[in-house]
Design a protein around this ligand. Structure first.
Ligand code: ASP
Length: 292
């Protein structure tokens, strides 16, 4: 059994608190695997811990769109059935990853704003707390074009994601985000696009991405890595796919795992907070293999 989690690719070192939270999320998720829970449940619960923390660009800590509203995207995919679910632009609820899991079991695969909200309400998902002053202030500074902050946000993504192998050898992957800074209302990144931000198939592997969604979508990055994993180890698959991202001017990071238990955590950015739990140890670091 294996669980990998990340707190986003980025251009600056993550805080100690963020790394501690990733460790806590890995503990929560891995205990689900130990208790015979599925990879899918472990992925959802790991991500929910990160969404609830307010420390990442997801859930309560999500970036605001230019009109000052948090519209959240998330997706999950399960490798045994190749089932997937995603929500786009969910407003008013803190755990879009749970909503994506519910969509997965519905007749649909993707629900946007209003549909996602109705579903979240029907399933009594936890409402989003009010915006804090810090987020409002940050948006004001970004809108004013404060150079340092704008540059930082251009290179700092901090979406969250997870991938797992459970006791039965089944795979799952998921991702949750508040998007990128200074985005127009309605902007959609890679995270809720199956095959771009997330992909899982027992036959190839499970992948979750972070980075500039516009570029990740163009490369269909998650599926690209998964397809390469049919013939190569995760590290080689991730490296080749991230080189493609670099060649189109993008920046990204990803976690990738195969049923055999081999995995990769790689990024083109300076850092990518993340880690893994494998029953022997929990390793959390501020960065892994950088691809240039
Ligand atoms: N990939 C996300 C998006 O473009 C951003 C991130 O990774 O933080 O919406």
């Amino acid at each position: 059994m294996l669980l990998i989690a990340h707190g986003g690719a980025g251009g600056r070192s993550p805080s100690k608190t963020a790394l501690k939270k990733i460790r806590e999320a890995l503990k929560t998720g891995y205990s689900i695997l130990v208790g015979k829970g599925s990879a899918l449940t472990a992925v959802i619960e790991t991500i929910a811990v990160l969404e609830d923390s307010g420390l990442f660009n997801a859930g309560t800590g999500a970036n605001l769109q230019l009109d000052g509203i948090r519209r959240l995207d998330a997706a999950v995919m399960e490798g045994a059935r190749c089932e997937a679910g995603s929500v786009i632009g969910l407003e008013g609820y803190r755990n879009p990853i749970r909503a994506a899991g519910i969509v997965m079991e519905s007749p649909h695969k993707i629900l946007t704003n209003i549909g996602a909200r109705v579903l979240a309400s029907a399933y009594d998902l936890t409402p989003m707390p009010d915006l804090d002053e810090k987020s409002i202030e940050r948006l004001k500074r970004l809108k004013a074009g404060e150079h340092e902050l704008v540059e930082l946000f251009k290179k700092h993504f901090s979406t969250v994601g997870a991938a797992a192998i459970d006791r039965d050898g089944d795979l799952a992957a998921g991702s949750s985000t508040g998007g990128v800074a200074l985005m127009l209302p309605g902007r959609v990144g890679d995270t809720p696009i199956i095959g771009a931000g997330v992909y899982a198939d027992n036959a190839s592997g499970a992948v979750a991405c972070t980075g500039r969604g516009e570029d990740i979508i163009r490369a269909a990055l998650a599926k690209e890595v998964a397809m390469r994993m049919c013939y190569s180890p995760p590290a080689a698959a991730a490296r080749a796919s991230l080189r493609k991202i670099l060649s189109i001017g993008g920046e990204a990071g990803l976690i990738a795992v195969k049923r055999t238990g081999t995995f990769a955590i790689m990024h083109t950015t300076a850092n990518m907070a993340g880690g893994y739990a494998n029953g022997k140890e929990i390793v959390v670091k501020e960065g892994f293999t950088i691809v240039k």
